[in-house]
Design a protein around this ligand. Structure first.
Ligand code: ACO
Length: 191
């Protein structure tokens, strides 16, 4: 996904992490900074639209405005080899208070890290980029894959989680979130 501006000062390295403050990677005087902020907003809005289109959603789940009003974290992956640096995809996560059902069907109030939006450009899918981005997120957020809740996963995402993380045993829920076996388990530390 290409843009009519250089992505290096906007996104920095291969992985760019953006929170509600929408800070671009590069610095500069006020005018330069405002320009980079506007470019970052454009990148986020375009990624959100592309993801919505890929999922058949009428409204994007991800936009710069939504990022500002939520405490979500966006991981953006870019190709640093092309001249202006194309964007390859993104993953959005955030903590949410949820009532989830455990294996016995009892409601439990939890606040897990949730996978909220995930997209790799159509021309780049099934090349391992989604896994690379997802692993980067797991490492930075210090979370195990089975501890995540996933908001309305597509069939592609369910296949992805099964293939790369062995997540296939769902704990049935009554809301749109999907969790897997291991979500509620606490590891016992050997004495
Ligand atoms: N059909 C079925 N499974 C797929 C497809 C597809 N077209 N694309 C990826 N997968 C799954 C498969 O398990 C695949 O393994 P396989 O090729 O051996 O069958 C595996 O993902 C490939 O892994 P990666 O290459 O690391 O994944 P990729 O870079 O393609 O990224 C992603 C996965 C983000 C789901 C991507 O396919 C995509 O953007 N899909 C369209 C948008 C989408 O569905 N996003 C998730 C929405 S739900 C949410 O965000 C909470």
């Amino acid at each position: 996904m290409e843009f009519p501006f250089d992505l290096a000062p906007v996104l920095g390295e291969r992985f760019c992490v953006v929170d509600q403050h929408l800070r671009p990677a590069g610095r500069g005087g006020t005018a330069k900074r405002e320009e980079l902020e506007q470019q970052l907003r454009t990148v986020i809005d375009e990624l959100g639209k592309a993801s919505a289109k890929a999922q058949g959603l009428s409204t994007p789940v991800t936009s710069a405005a939504r990022m500002e009003s939520n405490r979500h974290v966006l991981y953006i992956l870019r190709d640093t080899r092309s001249p202006k640096g194309a964007v390859l995809g993104f993953l959005k996560v955030g903590y949410k208070k949820l009532f989830l059902l455990d294996r016995d069907g009892s409601h439990v109030e939890v606040e897990p890290l949730c996978v909220l939006d995930f997209y790799i450009h159509e021309s780049q899918q099934r090349r391992g980029l989604g896994r690379e981005l997802f692993r980067e997120m797991l490492q930075r957020e210090r979370v195990q894959p089975e501890k995540l809740a996933v908001d309305r996963p597509s069939e592609k995402l369910l296949g992805f989680l099964r293939k790369h993380f062995g997540l296939c045993d769902l704990i049935p829920q009554v809301n749109n979130f999907v969790i897997f076996e291991g979500f509620f388990s606490t590891r016992t530390v050997p004495a």
